[in-house]
Design a protein around this ligand. Structure first.
Ligand code: URA
Length: 213
Protein backbone atom coordinates (compact mmCIF):
# COMPACT_ATOMS: atom_id res chain seq x y z
CA UNK A 1 0.00 0.00 0.00
CA UNK A 2 1.34 3.46 -0.85
CA UNK A 3 2.02 6.01 1.88
CA UNK A 4 -0.97 8.15 0.90
CA UNK A 5 -3.27 5.13 0.78
CA UNK A 6 -2.10 4.09 4.22
CA UNK A 7 -2.87 7.56 5.59
CA UNK A 8 -6.31 7.52 3.96
CA UNK A 9 -7.12 4.07 5.30
CA UNK A 10 -5.93 5.00 8.78
CA UNK A 11 -8.10 8.10 8.68
CA UNK A 12 -11.13 5.94 7.88
CA UNK A 13 -10.45 3.86 10.99
CA UNK A 14 -9.98 7.02 13.07
CA UNK A 15 -13.28 8.42 11.78
CA UNK A 16 -15.10 5.21 12.64
CA UNK A 17 -13.61 5.16 16.13
CA UNK A 18 -14.71 8.76 16.69
CA UNK A 19 -18.38 7.76 16.43
CA UNK A 20 -18.09 4.26 17.91
CA UNK A 21 -20.88 3.19 20.25
CA UNK A 22 -20.01 -0.51 20.39
CA UNK A 23 -19.39 -0.50 24.15
CA UNK A 24 -20.48 1.50 27.20
CA UNK A 25 -17.27 3.57 27.25
CA UNK A 26 -18.88 5.66 24.50
CA UNK A 27 -21.20 7.10 27.15
CA UNK A 28 -18.45 8.10 29.58
CA UNK A 29 -15.54 9.13 27.33
CA UNK A 30 -14.59 12.74 26.65
CA UNK A 31 -12.64 11.88 23.50
CA UNK A 32 -11.76 8.75 21.62
CA UNK A 33 -8.03 7.99 21.55
CA UNK A 34 -7.44 6.21 18.25
CA UNK A 35 -3.64 6.41 18.25
CA UNK A 36 -1.16 8.76 16.64
CA UNK A 37 2.00 8.81 14.60
CA UNK A 38 3.21 7.78 11.17
CA UNK A 39 1.15 5.61 8.82
CA UNK A 40 4.49 4.24 7.62
CA UNK A 41 5.95 3.50 11.04
CA UNK A 42 8.37 0.60 11.34
CA UNK A 43 7.49 0.29 15.00
CA UNK A 44 4.09 0.39 16.72
CA UNK A 45 3.88 0.84 20.49
CA UNK A 46 0.72 -0.52 22.03
CA UNK A 47 -0.27 0.29 25.57
CA UNK A 48 -3.31 -0.69 27.55
CA UNK A 49 -6.02 1.97 27.62
CA UNK A 50 -6.31 5.75 27.64
CA UNK A 51 -6.19 7.31 31.10
CA UNK A 52 -7.45 10.67 32.35
CA UNK A 53 -5.10 12.88 30.31
CA UNK A 54 -5.48 10.83 27.14
CA UNK A 55 -9.28 11.00 27.44
CA UNK A 56 -9.08 14.78 27.86
CA UNK A 57 -6.87 15.33 24.83
CA UNK A 58 -7.60 12.39 22.52
CA UNK A 59 -3.85 11.66 22.32
CA UNK A 60 -2.25 8.42 23.57
CA UNK A 61 0.41 8.53 26.24
CA UNK A 62 0.25 12.29 26.84
CA UNK A 63 0.68 12.17 30.65
CA UNK A 64 3.69 11.35 32.82
CA UNK A 65 4.10 7.83 31.38
CA UNK A 66 4.01 9.37 27.91
CA UNK A 67 6.76 11.81 28.78
CA UNK A 68 8.89 8.89 29.90
CA UNK A 69 8.04 7.05 26.68
CA UNK A 70 9.09 10.12 24.66
CA UNK A 71 12.42 10.22 26.52
CA UNK A 72 13.06 6.55 25.78
CA UNK A 73 12.15 7.07 22.13
CA UNK A 74 14.57 9.96 21.94
CA UNK A 75 17.21 7.71 23.50
CA UNK A 76 17.01 5.38 20.49
CA UNK A 77 16.81 8.20 17.96
CA UNK A 78 13.07 8.35 17.30
CA UNK A 79 10.46 11.04 17.66
CA UNK A 80 6.81 10.28 18.24
CA UNK A 81 6.03 11.25 14.64
CA UNK A 82 8.21 8.43 13.31
CA UNK A 83 6.47 5.64 15.19
CA UNK A 84 2.81 4.84 15.83
CA UNK A 85 1.49 4.83 19.39
CA UNK A 86 -1.85 3.29 20.27
CA UNK A 87 -3.67 1.30 22.93
CA UNK A 88 -5.56 -1.96 22.97
CA UNK A 89 -8.65 0.13 23.89
CA UNK A 90 -9.65 3.33 22.13
CA UNK A 91 -11.62 4.88 25.01
CA UNK A 92 -10.94 5.35 28.69
CA UNK A 93 -12.74 2.89 30.93
CA UNK A 94 -14.57 4.78 33.69
CA UNK A 95 -12.29 5.23 36.73
CA UNK A 96 -9.66 3.30 34.73
CA UNK A 97 -11.38 0.04 35.64
CA UNK A 98 -10.38 -3.23 33.99
CA UNK A 99 -12.38 -3.74 30.79
CA UNK A 100 -14.83 -6.62 30.41
CA UNK A 101 -14.04 -9.26 27.81
CA UNK A 102 -16.94 -8.01 25.66
CA UNK A 103 -15.56 -4.46 25.74
CA UNK A 104 -12.13 -5.68 24.65
CA UNK A 105 -13.67 -7.75 21.85
CA UNK A 106 -15.75 -4.81 20.62
CA UNK A 107 -12.65 -2.63 20.33
CA UNK A 108 -10.24 -5.21 18.93
CA UNK A 109 -11.03 -4.85 15.19
CA UNK A 110 -9.92 -1.20 15.20
CA UNK A 111 -6.42 -2.01 16.38
CA UNK A 112 -6.25 -5.04 14.09
CA UNK A 113 -7.05 -2.84 11.11
CA UNK A 114 -4.50 -0.22 12.17
CA UNK A 115 -1.82 -2.93 12.40
CA UNK A 116 -2.78 -4.32 9.01
CA UNK A 117 -2.63 -0.89 7.36
CA UNK A 118 0.63 0.24 8.96
CA UNK A 119 2.16 -3.23 8.66
CA UNK A 120 4.99 -2.45 11.12
CA UNK A 121 8.15 -4.50 11.32
CA UNK A 122 7.87 -4.62 15.10
CA UNK A 123 5.01 -4.31 17.58
CA UNK A 124 6.12 -3.25 21.06
CA UNK A 125 3.67 -4.36 23.73
CA UNK A 126 3.74 -1.99 26.69
CA UNK A 127 2.66 -3.68 29.89
CA UNK A 128 1.10 -6.97 30.86
CA UNK A 129 -2.35 -6.30 29.34
CA UNK A 130 -0.88 -5.56 25.94
CA UNK A 131 1.47 -8.55 26.26
CA UNK A 132 -1.48 -10.79 27.17
CA UNK A 133 -3.37 -9.53 24.12
CA UNK A 134 -0.62 -10.23 21.60
CA UNK A 135 1.32 -13.06 23.21
CA UNK A 136 -1.36 -15.15 24.90
CA UNK A 137 -0.04 -18.18 26.69
CA UNK A 138 3.58 -17.14 26.23
CA UNK A 139 4.19 -16.44 29.91
CA UNK A 140 4.10 -13.45 32.21
CA UNK A 141 5.78 -10.15 31.53
CA UNK A 142 8.41 -10.75 34.20
CA UNK A 143 9.65 -13.63 32.05
CA UNK A 144 8.97 -12.22 28.60
CA UNK A 145 10.16 -8.63 28.96
CA UNK A 146 13.00 -7.71 26.64
CA UNK A 147 12.33 -10.64 24.33
CA UNK A 148 11.15 -10.33 20.76
CA UNK A 149 8.87 -13.11 19.64
CA UNK A 150 7.76 -13.99 16.14
CA UNK A 151 4.25 -15.39 16.01
CA UNK A 152 2.68 -17.67 13.42
CA UNK A 153 0.98 -14.62 11.87
CA UNK A 154 4.48 -13.50 10.82
CA UNK A 155 4.51 -10.47 13.10
CA UNK A 156 7.26 -9.79 15.62
CA UNK A 157 6.34 -8.59 19.11
CA UNK A 158 8.57 -7.20 21.83
CA UNK A 159 7.29 -7.36 25.41
CA UNK A 160 8.19 -4.42 27.64
CA UNK A 161 7.17 -3.27 31.08
CA UNK A 162 4.65 -0.44 31.04
CA UNK A 163 6.24 3.02 31.39
CA UNK A 164 3.69 3.92 34.10
CA UNK A 165 4.69 0.88 36.19
CA UNK A 166 8.36 1.70 35.76
CA UNK A 167 8.04 5.43 36.40
CA UNK A 168 8.41 5.26 40.16
CA UNK A 169 10.15 1.93 40.54
CA UNK A 170 13.92 2.25 40.15
CA UNK A 171 14.49 -1.43 39.33
CA UNK A 172 11.77 -1.67 36.71
CA UNK A 173 12.79 1.68 35.30
CA UNK A 174 16.34 0.61 34.55
CA UNK A 175 15.12 -2.74 33.17
CA UNK A 176 12.67 -0.95 30.88
CA UNK A 177 15.32 1.47 29.64
CA UNK A 178 17.67 -1.43 28.99
CA UNK A 179 14.99 -3.44 27.16
CA UNK A 180 13.95 -0.38 25.16
CA UNK A 181 17.53 0.01 24.02
CA UNK A 182 17.27 -3.37 22.24
CA UNK A 183 14.75 -2.03 19.71
CA UNK A 184 17.28 -0.87 17.06
CA UNK A 185 19.13 -4.20 17.15
CA UNK A 186 15.86 -6.15 16.94
CA UNK A 187 14.77 -4.06 13.95
CA UNK A 188 18.11 -4.63 12.27
CA UNK A 189 17.79 -8.33 12.85
CA UNK A 190 14.29 -8.38 11.39
CA UNK A 191 15.50 -6.52 8.31
CA UNK A 192 18.67 -8.61 7.95
CA UNK A 193 17.02 -11.99 8.34
CA UNK A 194 14.36 -12.93 5.90
CA UNK A 195 14.09 -16.29 7.62
CA UNK A 196 14.33 -15.93 11.34
CA UNK A 197 15.90 -19.05 12.68
CA UNK A 198 16.48 -18.77 16.37
CA UNK A 199 15.45 -20.84 19.31
CA UNK A 200 12.51 -20.28 21.59
CA UNK A 201 13.85 -21.43 24.91
CA UNK A 202 12.30 -18.55 26.79
CA UNK A 203 8.82 -18.88 25.41
CA UNK A 204 6.21 -21.31 26.64
CA UNK A 205 4.74 -22.08 23.24
CA UNK A 206 7.92 -23.26 21.57
CA UNK A 207 6.34 -24.69 18.48
CA UNK A 208 4.77 -21.46 17.38
CA UNK A 209 7.01 -18.71 18.68
CA UNK A 210 10.57 -17.88 17.87
CA UNK A 211 12.74 -15.80 20.08
CA UNK A 212 14.75 -13.22 18.22
CA UNK A 213 17.05 -11.73 20.79
N1 URA B 1 -1.31 4.15 29.76
C1 URA B 1 -1.62 3.46 28.64
O1 URA B 1 -1.58 2.23 28.62
N2 URA B 1 -1.97 4.15 27.57
C2 URA B 1 -2.01 5.48 27.54
O2 URA B 1 -2.32 6.04 26.48
C3 URA B 1 -1.67 6.17 28.71
C4 URA B 1 -1.31 5.49 29.82
Amino acid sequence: MSASNKSEELKKVTDEISVCVKCPFSKTRTNTVPGSGSAEAEVMFIGEAPGFHEDQKGIPFCGAAGKFLDEMLEGIGYTRDQVFIANTLKCRPPENRDPEESEKEACKPYLERQIEIIDPKLIVCLGRHSVATFLPGAGGISKLHGHAVKRPNGRVYLALYHPAAALHNGGLRSTLIEDFGKIPAILKKIVDTSRIDLTAEDTADKSTQQKLL
